[in-house]
Design a protein around this ligand. Structure first.
Ligand code: C2E
Ligand code: CA
Ligand code: CA
Ligand code: CA
Length: 282
């Protein structure tokens, strides 16, 4: 009762900014959202540009709140990170994504790989490899079919990150560096990491176009990342591909995998099955 009184006081304290109140409200609602079934996943296809084949999907968390409407992950993930709720949320996402893979298998759609985002804060309480292994085992999914996406900040910000990343690799899951090129990755460090995939950030893809005004810098960076990936023997995937010109550019420069609105927005599992399942050619 005491804690509650304090919260109430904080809530109405004049020193608390409107934004603070908003965050507190969001936090409270977010904590209940999982049990109220307001949280679910969308999946965005990752395709082989040349053949159009499905090479994987990325799980993207969604929150549909009766009170707030659709809340964007860019708004609630930071709140979950600040409050420590990201641990529970991240584990729910992982379990749900693994469960979905096995569901598709049963329905005759073998999605080669499931990509799941990890937040830097999920490494705060030590190695998460045992949890990930338990979730995979519980779902009955082979570790090699899971790819965890971490940003460069995960690697650079956490003291024992390299150890934790190695633990994850040791249980057999794949690792990708997300938003590659936007962080402060040291190339020497990159070589030591047990990652298999670089994901080129959308900011470098969006300015690739056939227009005369195309951003030569963005194009040069995209090409440099593709070449870097090749020389380190990593696979490279581009995110945020929206046009045929961008896809053609990537293919021409040796990047064969892409994800973006050109192929599909993030969608519900049934839509993935309808489009890529047995009897469909694309
Ligand atoms: P991200 O991991 O970089 O995910 C890609 C974001 O780009 C997604 O936004 C996706 O919907 C969007 N996107 C995909 N293709 C295109 C395109 O062609 N054009 C444009 N303009 N956008 C495209 P979304 O779903 O809003 O997610 C935003 C961010 O929230 C993600 O960025 C990721 O950092 C975070 N996030 C989402 N789900 C999770 C999760 O389960 N766990 C964690 N830790 N973070 C998540
Ligand atoms: Ca991602
Ligand atoms: Ca990304
Ligand atoms: Ca990005």
């Amino acid at each position: 009762a005491k804690a509650r009184g304090r919260n109430g006081y904080q809530f109405y304290a004049p020193s608390m900014s409107g934004e603070g109140v908003e965050r507190l409200r969001l936090e409270t609602m977010l904590r209940r959202a999982i049990e109220k079934n307001e949280i679910f996943l969308h999946y965005q296809p990752q395709v082989d540009i040349d053949s159009g084949r499905l090479v994987g999907v990325e799980a993207l968390v969604r929150w549909q709140s009766p009170e707030l409407g659709r809340v964007e992950p860019t708004r609630f993930i930071p709140v979950a990170e600040d409050t420590g709720f990201i641990g529970q949320l991240g584990q729910w996402v992982l379990a749900e994504a693994c469960r979905q893979m096995v569901c598709w298998d049963t329905d005759g759609l073998r999605v080669p790989k499931m990509a799941v985002n990890l937040s830097v804060r999920q490494f705060d309480r030590g190695s998460i490899a045992p949890t990930v292994a338990a979730v995979l085992h519980g779902a009955g999914l082979a570790p090699a079919r899971l790819q965890l996406e971490v940003t460069e900040s995960v690697i650079m910000n956490t003291g024992d990150a390299l150890e934790y990343i190695n633990d994850l690799r040791a249980i057999g899951v794949g690792l990708a560096i997300d938003d590659f090129g936007t962080g402060y990755s040291s190339l020497a460090y990159l070589k030591q990491l047990p990652v298999q995939t670089l994901k080129i950030d959308r900011s470098f893809i969006k300015d690739i176009s056939a227009d005369a005004g195309a951003d030569a810098n963005a194009e040069a960076i995209a090409v440099a990342i593709i070449q870097l990936g090749k020389s380190l023997n990593l696979s490279v995937i581009a995110e945020g591909v929206e046009s045929e010109e961008q896809a053609a550019f990537l293919l021409r420069h040796g990047c064969s995998h892409a994800q973006g609105y050109l192929y599909s927005r993030p969608v519900l599992p049934a839509e993935i099955l309808a489009r890529w399942g047995q009897g469909q050619d694309k």
